[in-house]
Structures are given as structure tokens and as C-alpha cells.
Design a protein around this ligand. Structure first.
Ligand code: NFE
Ligand code: MG
Length: 573
């Protein structure tokens, strides 16, 4: 029996640096998989000794993708420590800024990052534009930008690209791989929306900046509320936000959702077989406060909860005290499982082993990633859109259940398809349309509240008094899943800061019990059509929308070089 050991490093079309190693059996089915964050950097440590009011601005530099999320979580952690409840206008504006991030991230992920795992651009060149227009009509009564003339132009544009040998964003993919299953016309429909999405995302960035001040890193959120007072009280700014949101929703409803249905139907066999289903434990911290109670008490658009072993008949309450981070297989000292209030970040890099073939391999018996292993009740957990939809359904949340069931009904699909790579990708699309619809209501709520005479945007507090000795956490949902910031404050300064990030949950290496992390488990049983083209590995891992820049945030405080290493080629078999 010949076993193949594949290295994919770096995984591209993600944020940050990720390496996947997989062992294949004689049928090219993955029997073992390892996920390693290969970059380390620093934020948590440099927060020590800082003014807690600055933490938001510093932590948002963790990432250029989910930016405002770290900003907001950090400010909420400090507000929790100081026992501050923000005014209604601030809550609505924060929901809108964070919602704009979802509206940006999810379509961009589907088309511009994950899309080429499903869509073969070279096949689109063979499409008949008239048939493509008919195909688009199968999935939506009023498809986005779908005339025969438009498809002809897109096909000509792509052909020109290819003839000039300037493939740009379409270079270096595994074109013509056997696991591309869409027809040439379906490929043209999706490729056309790939290009449309580039325009749509530019406008969404403007929407993000209306209340955020700028994008990707907003600047209008402060401990106690928000500073964008002039934008809140000006009805034209709220109307501008709503107008871009409506345009975005048009794209989401008439391109994104239909394309996910189209791809989901073509790949329905895989979804029904549970390919890529992962660990089956789901966690959501809950997010988008719908009333003006403190965040840990308020009703949420996405409810908090825990589901184990794919069992949606039970949903458990979330208890943040049950969260730990394990470093048994991560490049940090020791093998403890510590709650974030006690968490440590002491690097211990142990390097790679040299294989008989001369390649460097992860030392998977020991430490092999800069990502820690977050655990809930000692179990590895998946977080993100699929977790939010599964927990919503398991909890009987009427809105989430309606959106999930509505999507499944349109594709004539049973609920179990959600537990797969395809399902993870579909869950993200489902929550995007739901988010957009809710944001429209928040725009109206904000305008009505201001019109009623409430212009309050900030809650006053006595910093010297509240910052003497305090601790708090901000726990809510980033686009990629549950994000928590934990802070301890002494005499006006940060004494301790820990962040547990969505992509840390999902990209985790094995736990101290030997349980695989979510990416690792999702890869088990995935069959590669060609081991020299690990397209199916990319597709599975991309369905989580990795952000490894977020997942790893540590620095050696003395500035020493801890290790130097080279990243090997894109695929070494
Ligand atoms: Ni850097 Fe992030 C999100 C956070 S990490 S993108 O969403 O927090 O998973
Ligand atoms: Mg951390």
C-alpha cells in the first residue's frame, strides 16, 4: 500500500499563513490531516500597561479583514469591566458597522476567495451565452446582470485575458481538475458574478465608512458609545447607508443565493454524504443586540449556545467559564488548558522534522502550530456561520429557522446537507441575506429614534474611579465565528489581555486528548481527484474562511528572533 503525505503550504486565498499536511490512502482519500498556523505576530502582549481606552484601536490592527470586530469586542470588554451600558443610537450604529462587515466579507469570500474552488474559469470560455442566460433563470426569476449580451461580453473579456496570457486573479489554479463539476454555462454565470462582486465590494466599503469614519479600520467607536454624531443625526447619511445596503441585497438575493443553490445542487451528493462535515460540535457566543440591556443580557439576532455531536435536538446554554485554551500541540510552553483570564503566551518553537525524502514535515506527535487549541468543556468546537445557523435552528429561533428552511426548500434539500463543506458555504449565504434584511430595519429604527428627539451617543463614566481594579470580557460573533476579548485592568492600565479568535477555534491543532481540530477533522474522508492538485483540500479548508492573521497573535517581548524558516512550494508531494 502506498501512502502519500501531501503538504500544502502556503494555503492561498485566505488571510495569513496556513499549512495543511494530509496523509492519503491508496485511493487518494485523506486518512489523516494536520493544520498549522505558520506565522507568529504580536498584539496581546503589547497591550500590557496601556490605557484600556486604547485597546480597541490597537487590537483592530490584528487583522485587515475583520477589523472592526476586534475593535468592537475590545471596547465591549472594557465597557463590561467598567459596567457601562451604551445608548440606543450607539447600539444601532455598532450593529450597522458590524453588519456592513458581514455584508462585505461573505460575498467576497464566496466569489473572490472560495469561488474558484467550485468554478472553472477555463470551462466558462466554452459556454454559450444564450444558454448561460437560461441557466441563470433556473435559479432565480430575476437574476443579477444576466442578459445574453452581458454574458457574451464577460466571455469575450475572459477570452482576451487568457489569450494575452495575463490571467491576473485567475492564474495558478487547478483548471480542468476532475472535481470541477459545473457546466460551462454555470461556470460563466458564476465567473460573471465574480467580476460583479468586485464592484459591489467597493460600494460596501463606502457603506462601512458612513458610520465607521473609514474602511477597513473604522474609528468612530469609543468606550461608552460612538462618535459619529453628525452622521447619525443627518437623515441623508442614514439614507445613503440604506441605499448601498439595498444595492448589496440585490446582489446577495439575485446572484449569491442563486449561485450557492446552483453549486449546492450540483454538489448535493457530496453534501448528502457529509463530505467535510467536521467535528460536529458547534459554538456561538451570540451577537447583534436587539435591545438596550448590557450585551451579556440582551436578546440577540444570533442566539448564543452550544450543540454537540451534530445533535440539533439539544442546545446548551453558553458558559464562558467553560472556555480554555490548550497548548499541548501548539508552539507555546507547557501543555496546560487555561481560561483566558489566566491564559499565557510563552513561545516554545520546536521546528519541523526532516523526512527521508528531504522535505520538512510537522512534528505532529509534539507541537506543530502557532495556533492554540481553544476548547469548550474540553471539546474542540466549530464556530462561524454554520454554527450560528445550527444553533439558531437547535434553539428554535423563528427567524433563523425560517431563513434556513426557506433556503433548503428552494433547493429541495434535507437539513442534513448543512453538515458538509457545501453546507458550511450555504450557511454563510443564508445569514448574509438575513443580516441585510435586519440591517434595513435597524436603519429605520435609528432614523425614527433620532427623529423622536434622542440624540444621545455616549454614556459618561468616571475613568479614574472605574479603572482602579476591574475585569471584563467582550464576547460576540465576528463573520468567521465567536470572538472573545478578556481584559484585566489595574490602576488605569491593562494588566492582562487575552483574545480567543474564531480562526483559532477552527484552525486548532489537536487537543491534549488527541481530538483533531475542525479543519483537520473536516478533511478526513475527502477524496482527491489528483494528489498533485489538492483542490479538494483547499475547498474544504476555504469553506471555513480562514484568517490566520487573527488566529495567531503573539510576540516575543524581548524582540528576539525565535526561529527562522522557509515556506516550501505550493504543493510538494
Ligand atoms: Ni482576521 Fe476574524 C473574523 C476575527 S478571525 S478575520 O471574522 O475575529 O477568524
Ligand atoms: Mg489568543
Amino acid at each position: 500500500m502506498t501512502k502519500k503525505h501531501i503538504i500544502v503550504d502556503p494555503v492561498t486565498r485566505i488571510e495569513g499563513h496556513l499549512r495543511i499536511e494530509a496523509v492519503l490512502d491508496e485511493n487518494n482519500v485523506i486518512t489523516e490531516a494536520y493544520s498549522a498556523g505558520t506565522m507568529f505576530r504580536g498584539i496581546e502582549t503589547i497591550l500590557k500597561g496601556r490605557d484600556p481606552r486604547d485597546c480597541g484601536l490597537l487590537t483592530m490592527r490584528i487583522c485587515g479583514v475583520c477589523t472592526g470586530t476586534h475593535y468592537q469586542r475590545s471596547i465591549e470588554a472594557v465597557e463590561h469591566a467598567f459596567e457601562i451600558t451604551i445608548p440606543k443610537n450607539a447600539r444601532l450604529v455598532r450593529n450597522l458597522i458590524q453588519g456592513a462587515l458581514y455584508m462585505h466579507d461573505h460575498p467576497v469570500h464566496f466569489y473572490n476567495l472560495h469561488g474558484l474552488d467550485w468554478v472553472d474559469i477555463t470551462s466558462a470560455l466554452k459556454a454559450d451565452p444564450a444558454k448561460a442566460a437560461a441557466e441563470a433563470l433556473k435559479w432565480c426569476d430575476t437574476p443579477y446582470n444576466a442578459s445574453v449580451g452581458h454574458y457574451r461580453k464577460v466571455a469575450q473579456r475572459l477570452t482576451k485575458f487568457v489569450k494575452q496570457g495575463r490571467l491576473g486573479p485567475f492564474a495558478n489554479a487547478y483548471w480542468e481538475n476532475k472535481s470541477y463539476k459545473l457546466s460551462p454555462e454555470q461556470n460563466l454565470v458564476a465567473a460573471s458574478h465574480y467580476l460583479d462582486c468586485l464592484d459591489v465590494q467597493r460600494d460596501i466599503a463606502k457603506m462601512h465608512a458612513i458610520f465607521g469614519g473609514k474602511s477597513p479600520h473604522p474609528q468612530s467607536i469609543v468606550v461608552g458609545g460612538v462618535t459619529c454624531v453628525q452622521d447619525i443625526i443627518n437623515p441623508a447619511r442614514v439614507a445613503e447607508f440604506k441605499s448601498i445596503l439595498n444595492k448589496t441585497l440585490d446582489f446577495v438575493k439575485h446572484a449569491y443565493i442563486p449561485d450557492v443553490l446552483m453549486a449546492g445542487t450540483v454538489y448535493a451528493d457530496e453534501a448528502l454524504a457529509g463530505i467535510g462535515k467536521g467535528v460536529g460540535n458547534f459554538l456561538s457566543y451570540g451577537d447583534f443586540n436587539l435591545d438596550d440591556l448590557p450585551f451579556y443580557e440582551s436578546k440577540k439576532l444570533f442566539p448564543a449556545g452550544v450543540v454537540y455531536d451534530f445533535d440539533i435536538s439539544k442546545c446548551y446554554d453558553l458558559d464562558q467559564l467553560k472556555i480554555t485554551e490548550d497548548v499541548t500541540h501548539a508552539w507555546y510552553k507547557g501543555s496546560e488548558q487555561l481560561h483566558p483570564f489566566k491564559g499565557k503566551t510563552e513561545p516554545e518553537y520546536t521546528g519541523y522534522r526532516k523526512g527521508e525524502d528531504g522535505f520538512a514535515y510537522l512534528k505532529t506527535e509534539g507541537k506543530y502550530s502557532w495556533s492554540k487549541t481553544p476548547l469548550y468543556e474540553d471539546r474542540v468546537m466549530e464556530v462561524g456561520p454554520l454554527a450560528r445557523m445550527v444553533i439558531g435552528v437547535a434553539k428554535g429561533d423563528p427567524l433563523i429557522t425560517e431563513y434556513v428552511q426557506g433556503f433548503l426548500k428552494r433547493g429541495n434539500l434535507p437539513v442534513k446537507v448543512l453538515f458538509s463543506t457545501v453546507g458550511r458555504t450555504a450557511a454563510r449565504a443564508i445569514e448574509t441575506v438575513m443580516m441585510g434584511e435586519e440591517m434595513l430595519k435597524w436603519c429605520d429604527e435609528l432614523a425614527a429614534n433620532v427623529a423622536s428627539g434622542d440624540q444621545e451617543t455616549w454614556t459618561k463614566f468616571d475613568f479614574d474611579r472605574v479603572s482602579r481594579d476591574a475585569e471584563g470580557f467582550g464576547m460576540a460573533e465576528a463573520p468567521r465565528g465567536g470572538l472573545g476579548h478578556w481584559v484585566k485592568i489595574k490602576n488605569g492600565q491593562v494588566e492582562h489581555y487575552q483574545i480567543v479568535v474564531p480562526s483559532t477555534w477552527n484552525s486548532a491543532p489537536r487537543s491534549h486528548k488527541g481530538d483533531r481540530g475542525p479543519y483537520e477533522e473536516a478533511l478526513i474522508g475527502v477524496k482527491l481527484s489528483d494528489p498533485k492538485q489538492p483542490l479538494e483540500i483547499l475547498r474544504t479548508v476555504h469553506s471555513f474562511d480562514p484568517c490566520i492573521a487573527c488566529a495567531i497573535h503573539l510576540v516575543d517581548t524581548k524582540g528576539k528572533t525565535l526561529a527562522e524558516y522557509k515556506v516550501s512550494g505550493a504543493c510538494d508531494v
